[in-house]
Design a protein around this ligand. Structure first.
Ligand code: ZN
Length: 169
């Protein structure tokens, strides 16, 4: 097997016999935030977003999540944060994330940080709702509009079909 072939189910192995299946969230933050802060910069944010997208797609395809409530339950169960999703109008949503594993309690660093979550929401919403979008719609994309990293109290994500803005091109 190649690493590109790993699925969500391959990663969700039996818990370790002594240590179980959780790690402290500072460990997760070492991986995500230090990668963004250090040499990888913009490449890290893109990579985290793509990783999130793949995870979100697999939650729908492989684990049969069907609704934003399923996703919110996944977030809660796995300590990823307290997610709530509002329907704004047809095919437009707003997700709010409190107690976010990535950014809760951090100082204002003048940057939205939750690239993995933005990608996960994009992948999951595309999987759940992409087939019912009007023909010719662009894919569902996510923009993090508020983040603890920007000095906000919680993270807010705009979710809707939109043309992707690629930075630095
Ligand atoms: Zn955030």
């Amino acid at each position: 097997m190649k690493i590109a072939d790993l699925t969500a189910l391959d990663l969700a192995t039996e818990p370790r016999s002594s240590l179980g299946d959780t790690v402290p969230f500072f460990f997760y933050r070492y991986v995500t935030l230090f990668a963004i802060a250090d040499s990888m910069g913009a490449r890290a944010t893109g990579a985290l977003e793509e990783a999130g997208r793949k995870a979100g797609e697999q939650l729908v395809k492989g684990m049969f999540y069907r609704t934003p409530e399923d996703l919110a339950e996944h977030y809660r169960q796995h300590g990823m944060g307290l997610l709530s999703v509002d329907d704004l109008e047809e095919n437009r949503w707003r997700a709010t994330l409190r107690e976010c594993a990535t950014c809760h309690g951090l100082p204002n660093v003048d940057m939205a940080l939750c690239w993995f979550d933005a990608g996960l929401l994009a992948g999951a919403f595309q999987g759940m709702f992409g087939a019912s979008l009007p023909p010719g719609s662009p894919p569902i994309e996510v923009v993090e509009e508020a983040c603890v990293g920007l000095g906000d109290n919680e993270c807010v994500f705009k979710i809707e079909p939109m043309l992707r803005v690629v930075e630095g091109v």
